[in-house]
Design a binder for this molecule. Structure first.
Ligand code: SAH
Length: 244
């Protein structure tokens, strides 16, 4: 096992109390290698240094389990997944989840398909689409137990992407940096309109990452009105519940 991947194993054990299997570690090592190789052709991510990929992509993605519990079940959707974060690392650790990855950029969705196929991950659907469209598709609207997003949009915009996808009682997890708590405040109006209630804001400290990160856990407590999400581009242009 390379030094880095011993590091990932130790960090996952310390932070999440979960022991990665040799097969899972191998999957992460392969994923990091492919990310680096594809990044030379397509600009998938700014981070490709192996130790940084381990901490800022893999470990950070896996910290969603601090909000989801160690053994999440049911249907999970990751909106704006980019090169697969946080969805694919979670699927490697928790093979029992049914996962949908949504990504607007074709080359990134293509990379996710490649990783899912090559690692033989079952029960994963990759949608090259925008969240605003997926939120109105019958197979996806109000269909998920968990809706996740990392580094996609400010909280008032994000809740318009995520909440229509959740069943009543389902939960959204937004992975946020230092601005997390302030963004929650800005999203109060949008949450009220879309039927969300902030359940918890969980601070997360990662090794070798200076800033505190936050998981914002939102429960869906009422149906989202049928007109949301608004059409592509509108949620980010005119965030819900904010003064124009
Ligand atoms: N979640 C990944 C990628 C973050 S970058 C990570 O943390 O590494 C944000 C990604 O969201 C980009 O790949 C962008 O194409 C995608 N995105 C932004 N708005 C979107 C939308 N409305 N629907 C689908 N994907 C979106």
């Amino acid at each position: 096992m390379t030094r880095e991947y011993r590091g990932l194993r130790d960090a996952v054990l310390t932070i999440l109390g979960v022991e990665l299997t040799p097969k899972q570690l191998e999957a992460f090592a392969w994923y990091a290698q492919e990310l680096r190789a594809w990044n030379e052709r397509f600009n998938l991510t700014a981070i490709t240094d192996p130790e940084e990929v381990e901490a800022k992509h893999f470990l950070d993605s896996l910290t969603c389990l601090l909000a989801m519990g160690r053994q999440p079940r049911g249907r999970v959707i990751d909106v704006g997944t980019g090169a697969g974060f946080p969805g694919i690392p979670l699927k490697i650790l928790c093979p029992q989840i049914q996962l949908t990855l949504v990504e607007a950029t074709g080359k990134k969705a293509g990379f996710c398909r490649h990783v899912v196929d090559s690692l033989g991950l079952e029960g994963v659907e990759v949608l090259h689409a925008r969240a605003e469209e997926v939120g109105h598709m019958e197979a996806h609207r109000e269909a998920y137990d968990w809706a996740l997003a990392r580094a996609v949009a400010p909280m008032p915009v994000l809740v318009e992407y995520l909440l229509p996808l959740l069943r009543l009682g389902g939960r959204a997890v937004a992975q946020k940096g230092e601005t997390g708590p302030a963004e929650v405040h800005d999203a109060e109006g949008a949450l009220r309109i879309l039927g969300g209630r902030v359940e918890q804001i969980i601070p997360v400290e990662l090794p070798r990452v200076a800033e505190t990160r936050y998981l914002v856990l939102v429960e869906k407590v009422a149906a989202s009105p049928a007109r949301y999400p608004r059409r592509a581009g509108i949620p980010s242009k005119r965030p819900l519940g904010m003064a124009d």
